[in-house]
Design a binder for this molecule. Structure first.
Ligand code: IVH
Length: 671
């Protein structure tokens, strides 16, 4: 009989489990991890080792026996037809060789052909197609049950909603099958999202993976839509089985069926070729528009895959090789303030320059005071920083407190113009409220000229700095009165580039109303909101004159956004700006109104169950066309819950809260 484990080991195991559960909750449920993946893996490895040495202490609820996270309340949970497995991880080429050795031993083959693929860093999802139509999108959840995020997934453009029968035929696929893949957020969208979050004092995402996961696991599909997510397909089953003799044929079929899948996978004869692939992609992965965190290695032959089979958690025929994290430690030499377009003051850590994955890093944003407090970071501390691709590096934690450390204090006056600083009521942001603060003006001009705004080529930060410093431009309208002489005399400007810039400025006069509204840089008004506002109001004047009440009639514009717009136009300088823009010839054409009526203005609908007459999306669209709003969850603010067949917990919640419940007939009558 094995000797009983000492109490100290029991305690160690209990502590590790508790820690892991906490970090799993932060990671999987809140999309807000506190530690790096590598650290999490280390904790897990420690627990696994202790449990292996003391098997009598393994309990069925140990984190080591689990596939993933738990479902977040609010989505309907669904049982996976078969467990949705994850992959075993490896961190060295030795691990890969060991994986290959075992595979060869079990299968009796001397050399195995592998498919090496990118390991996308996002949220894994199962898409079920029935008769060529997307029926369900389900997250992995804990591997056995996931969350039904169909409505959200449908907003991702790279997810086909209906497959072309001719394409399916070409791919030799029936209409009913399951595709697994990853939802990722491209680097550009991630940077833009965090810029917007920073300005609005919202939550800052640590990396594109968390932002993607957060974007899918929200109850409001319009948020998913606004995140510009992408889907990459990498695994296919028909009737729960691989449909072709080789995995590479599945990848080809996915492409032929018009799924988005990476073309960068490679057939590798033997493990050496796999290792060469991993090596080749390590420096190249930086240049991809999205992040990969490793390489997935799969046995190509399905016959050999079947011989190898599965463990309780993962297939034995595949393994994930993870690239070493790009983390380094360095010293915070200073913390200084950057003043943004909306006046938001962002603390920036000035670091002792350090090489992280081949790039010298000397700055890192600290986002806001809350982040500084959360990290407990002070000037002089040694910190662990992480750089994900080209994304600005962020501070993960303090690893050693500096001997002469000193806390950072938010200045009382704007470091650029000396004006008083205000703290946002609702958020964590501090702002300079001086409308003519030069730092704000510069950021505003850059935003105005940005590609998704007025798209003025050649108006970069060096030019903007000079235009503001020389007093040539005080607001965005002044751009349109610039003369060739003004521009030509700036540094780095030749006559030709000066003329090009003026042409670019002039061409931007034709941009549509939505872009102009976005370009104005009003807090909380991102591209999507600007688009909705432009569809609602026929001109800039009408928009500027709208009161808060009128603004909230626009779908998705809540009281917070309406108040920010009203505040913007309550400033005399901004009202003056609208007049000035009109004077220089900026009169964007009215966008067509799509609303049919406003009979549901101010009303919020929740749909649950399956409707007989139309899809949930079509019903939601109808509500929006009549000015109503859609929500994914029932609360006291819900006006109607529309129930179809198989309605779930939302119906109960509605009854509990006394919200009006409509069946489909009632809803049709209401429309
Ligand atoms: S195959 C049964 N292929 O990595 C096979 N997974 O660490 C299922 N992932 O759970 C997975 N890129 O979310 C596969 N090319 C790829 C992948 C990939 C990313 C994710 C997936 C998986 C996790 C394992």
């Amino acid at each position: 009989m094995a000797k009983a484990a000492p109490a100290a080991v029991k305690k160690q195991i209990a502590d590790l489990r508790e820690k892991l559960r906490h970090h799993e909750y932060k990671y999987y449920v809140q999309d807000d991890p506190e530690i790096s993946d590598a650290e999490y893996d280390r904790l897990m490895a420690r627990l696994t080792a202790l449990e292996t040495a003391n098997p009598e202490l393994v309990t069925s609820d140990s984190p080591t026996l689990r596939v993933g996270g738990t479902a977040r309340a609010g989505f309907e949970t669904v049982q996976h037809a078969r467990p949705m497995l994850s992959l075993d991880n490896s961190y060295s080429y030795d691990d890969l060789r060991e994986f290959d050795r075992r595979a060869r031993e079990v299968s009796g083959h001397e050399k195995i052909q592998y498919v090496a693929e990118h390991k996308f860093d996002g949220l894994s999802i199962s898409l079920q197609y029935e008769d060529g139509v997307l029926a369900r999108g389900i997250t992995r959840g804990d591997g056995r049950t996931g969350e039904d995020v169909t409505l959200n997934v449908k907003t991702i453009r790279s997810v086909p909603l209906r497959l072309d029968p001719a394409a399916l035929k070409k791919a030799h696929l029936p209409g009913t099958f399951e595709v697994r893949g990853e939802i990722v957020m491209p680097r550009k969208s991630f940077e833009e999202l965090n810029r917007q979050q920073e300005q609005s004092g919202g939550k800052i995402f640590a990396n594109p993976r968390n932002a993607a996961a957060g974007g899918v696991r929200v109850l409001d599909p319009s948020i998913t839509a606004s995140r510009r997510l992408e889907f990459f397909a990498y695994y296919l089953t028909v009737d729960d089985k691989a449909p072709f003799p080789k995995h590479s044929q599945s990848l080809d079929a996915l492409k032929l069926a018009r799924f988005r899948s990476s073309s960068d996978w490679k057939l590798c004869d033997g493990i050496d070729a796999v290792i060469a692939y991993c090596e080749a992609w390590d420096p190249r992965r930086e240049k991809l528009p999205y992040e990969i965190d490793g390489v997935v290695v799969k046995v190509n032959s399905i016959a050999i895959q079947n011989e190898l089979g599965f463990t309780a958690k993962a297939p034995r025929w595949a393994i994930a090789y993870k690239y070493p994290a790009r983390q380094e430690t360095t010293v915070v030499n200073d913390i200084r303030i950057n003043v943004g377009r909306t006046g938001a003051l962002t603390p920036v850590a000035f670091l002792e320059p350090v090489q992280v994955g081949g790039v010298t890093v000397s700055r890192s944003t600290l986002h806001n005071m809350d982040e500084i407090n959360r990290l407990c970071v002070q000037i002089g501390d040694t910190v662990l920083i992480e750089r994900a691709g080209e994304v600005i590096p962020h501070v993960l934690k303090v690893v050693k407190e500096g001997k002469d450390r000193r806390p950072f204090e938010m200045p009382k006056k704007c470091p650029e113009c000396g004006s008083t600083i205000h703290k946002d009521e609702d958020g964590v942001a501090f702002r300079c409220v001086n409308p003519s603060c030069p730092a704000k003006r510069k950021e505003w001009l850059l935003h105005f000229a940005a590609r998704h705004a007025m798209d003025i080529d050649g108006l970069g930060d060096k030019i903007v700095d000079q235009l503001v410093d020389k007093g040539l431009v005080k607001d965005v309208a002044d751009l349109y009165s610039l003369k060739l002489d003004d521009v030509q005399n700036l540094e780095r400007m030749a006559e030709k580039s000066a003329q090009n810039l003026l042409d670019g400025i002039s061409a931007s006069k034709k941009q549509p109303l939505a872009r102009l509204i976005y370009a104005l840089g009003i807090r909380f008004v991102g591209e999507r909101t600007a688009q909705l506002l432009a569809e609602h109001f026929s001109s800039l004047d009408e928009f500027a004159a709208a009161g808060e009440e009128q603004l909230t009639e626009v779908g998705e514009v809540g009281p917070k956004v309406a108040a920010a717009i009203a505040e913007f136009f309550s400033e005399a300088a901004n009202r003056q700006l609208i007049k000035k823009l009109d004077k220089v010839g900026i009169r964007p054409t009215a966008a067509k109104r799509t609303a049919k009526s406003d009979k549901f203005a101010g009303k919020t609908f929740v749909f649950t169950g399956t409707l007989a007459n139309r899809s949930r999306e079509a019903a939601a669209e109808l509500v929006q066309q009549h000015g109503g709003k859609i929500s994914g969850s029932v609360s006291k603010k819900t006006d109607y819950v529309v129930v179809g067949t198989d309605a779930g917990s939302k119906l109960e919640k509605a009854r509990e809260l006394g919200v009006t419940v409509l069946n489909e007939d009632d809803f049709e009558k209401l429309i």
